[in-house]
Design a protein around this ligand. Sequence first.
Ligand code: A2P
Length: 282
Amino acid sequence: MTEQSPVTQAAAAKITLPDAQDVTEVRHYTDRLFSFRTTRPPSLRFRSGEFVMIGLMGDPDPKTGKRKPLMRAYSIASPSWDDELEFYSIKVSDGPLTSRLQHIRPGDQIILRPKPVGTLVHDALLPGKRLWLFATGTGFAPFASLLRDPETYENFEQVIVTHTCRDVAELTYSQETIEKIRSDELFAELIGEEGLAKLTYYPTTTREESPKMGRITELVKSGEVFRDLGLPEGMSPGTDRAMVCGSMGLNLDLKEILEDYGLREGANSEPAEYVVEKAFVG
Ligand code: A2P
């Protein structure tokens, strides 16, 4: 808005929350999943794969009448170069935040604390040849960021992203994100044709018939994923790097599998061969 532009009643009436950002787009995929985009604070710098705290104002306290912000950790699903921010969320009908967040519309405001943190970042991994990104459910969000970051393709010869969901419709967000990357000319220019060929998407479902069924943990343990992708069976600390984001069960099971292959867990302060983060739930 310029200084000369008249202040409309609607604009004047809008309550500006502390750390408020405007919602610019909302997309619903299933009755359990949706994504939304917001404006980005000009000062917010983050590394692809990190998360921030976002939320809404809670209901007034019955005793004091005061409203407190209701905040949860959300991975940023957009890459660090994007002008806007994107988030991918579950809807939990009795979840304190998501029961309300699922109703946001363009023009609404959310609270965003601009302090990004997280371990699913390139800095926490040692250089390697092949990057595995293992996601279940909304755990795909940080990978939607990393997969749209040119650094991912500069650092690795091959990038394999697996996404396991209950049913086919729950794969829509990852499918569309991958399709957009593959068809985006600007992106092709950024990472080159060869780079695009580097990207392998491996979606699986566990509760509905689809071309590839099964939990990714079972598909790795049985060697099926390596056979499907024409790779030598197993992983090696010399070549393979992994990032894991999903439910607690997935994280623990994959940790064990990766450790059995000799990969060690890395951190920002001490990079190694794999990193893990729990996907937001509730
Ligand atoms: P399953 O259907 O066998 O439970 P959710 O929607 O509950 O977050 O789950 C997302 C996906 O993650 C589902 O396909 C689910 O499979 C799968 N999953 C849950 N726990 C694990 C685990 N410990 N290892 C691998 N996949 C898992």
